[in-house]
Design a protein around this ligand. Sequence first.
Ligand code: FES
Length: 324
Amino acid sequence: MVAFMSVKGEFSVLVAERVDLPGDIMTLSLTAPEGQTLPPFSAGAHVDVRVNSTVTRQYSLHGDPADPRAYQIAILKDPASRGGSAALHDGVRTGTALRIGAPRNHFPLAMDANFSLLVGGGIGITPMIAMAHALHAAGRDFRLHYCVTGPEKAAFTDVLSAASFADKVVINYDRSDAAPAFDPTRDLPAATDGMHIYCCGPTGFMDWILGAAEAQGHAKHCLHREDFGAEVDQSGTAFTVEAQRSGKMVEVVDGDTIAKALARIGITVDVSCEEGVCGTCLTDVIAGEIDHRDQYLTDEEKAEGTMMLVCCSRARSPRLVLDL
Ligand code: FES
């Protein structure tokens, strides 16, 4: 364990540099407080950044995984921010101390692929940059497509143009009033054994790219997506949640979440993505029927019915008893 890491796995870092880029994006270079080496990470990994006592947000690491001196993250200021990206944009400066979690990777690279196609839409380019570093260092064959609506939103063109793998990068400006510069129905390479395709960006963008790839015969297990930003339907019939250890009950109405309802009665559950992808809010279920709406648990774990993600999942039964 790194000396400055706490038992919860969080540790302090300093913002060595904040750079504001086009498209309401800021990049932060994070270093250990006394210049220690940071925990290693693999391409595709992200870190949880603590926003306040109960909220964290996940950001992909886009630096070179071979460089342990600093983590690079990029934060898009979301106009619909629920207190995460906007708070960080407003509160973080060069020199600010932040708490972050150790890198985790739900979006790993298959380093033995014959060819890797990396497609990043907007801020979704960030994990692709780390992947490109790793593939380039390993001498693997790949191509990186950066899809963005225009130069005024293209925060990463300078980084990509200066990268050691710049000759593998294609920048696509996809204006809404013109045909897409990168169209997967036209521009995907033909499916071959050992080819992997990675995509990160808005949900509709990923569906478009990977749906076209599947339709063209690319093997499903070779198609990979990063699901930050997944939209979760939180509508449904009201139900009651009983927090058994706390001896408290609360009603969860249509459009509400269990985590928010519990917070109103003083029971705090840590949340991060609030979209059912990270697992931070995993909670044991003692009784009741769960309406799973996350993308974190496996089908087998969902069928067991003994745990749930309370940031997004709901109940099919009128009452749910949680081990809280
Ligand atoms: S906070 Fe990420 S799954 Fe609930």
